[in-house]
Write a protein that binds this ligand. Structure first.
Ligand code: SF4
Length: 148
């Protein structure tokens, strides 16, 4: 069974890929489960790789904002929980899946009219969402497409 971390990575890859990850030291790591945060020894090894990584800060922030499992920027789930405490409301997995679906819709070629019906909004709102999302992603330096 695919781990939650790998599943999320696949979801992210399918819709928006944080471009900094392609510069990460974990790219091409032989053990795909190394960063899953499920095995103490592997976690220590993964954190060691992260400590030298040139995109550690961006990755850690991504993890704090988006991930509830896995090692991101040298932080495991407990480290992120500490960093979030008092700063940010944690978003449940179910809510995140809804958000992912929304983002996939926004980035898709689906007609605005169809999405307006699906979300109970006007077409104008859909255009506004698309514009806002494009700007947000641009500001964060993300790409909706995984780099080839
Ligand atoms: S900080 Fe760690 S998880 Fe993030 S890109 Fe670098 S090596 Fe990968």
């Amino acid at each position: 069974m695919q781990s939650e971390h790998s599943e999320l990575l696949a979801e992210i890859a399918a819709m928006k890929w944080p471009t900094f990850l392609s510069d990460g030291d974990c790219v091409g790591t032989p053990d795909p489960k190394l960063f899953d945060d499920e095995d103490r020894k592997k976690t220590v090894e993964a954190k060691k790789i992260c400590s030298e990584c040139p995109v550690k800060q961006k990755c850690a922030q991504w993890g704090i904002d988006n991930e509830d499992s896995g090692i991101w920027g040298g932080m495991d789930h407990k480290d992120r929980a500490k960093a979030r405490r008092g700063k940010r409301k944690f978003v449940s997995m179910e809510k995140r899946r809804e958000n992912l679906e929304w983002m996939q819709d926004i980035w898709s070629d689906k007609p605005a009219a169809d999405l307006a019906i699906k979300y109970g909004k006007t077409e104008r709102t859909i255009y506004r969402w698309r514009d806002k999302e494009r700007k947000r992603v641009q500001n964060l330096g993300w790409s909706p497409f995984r780099p080839s």
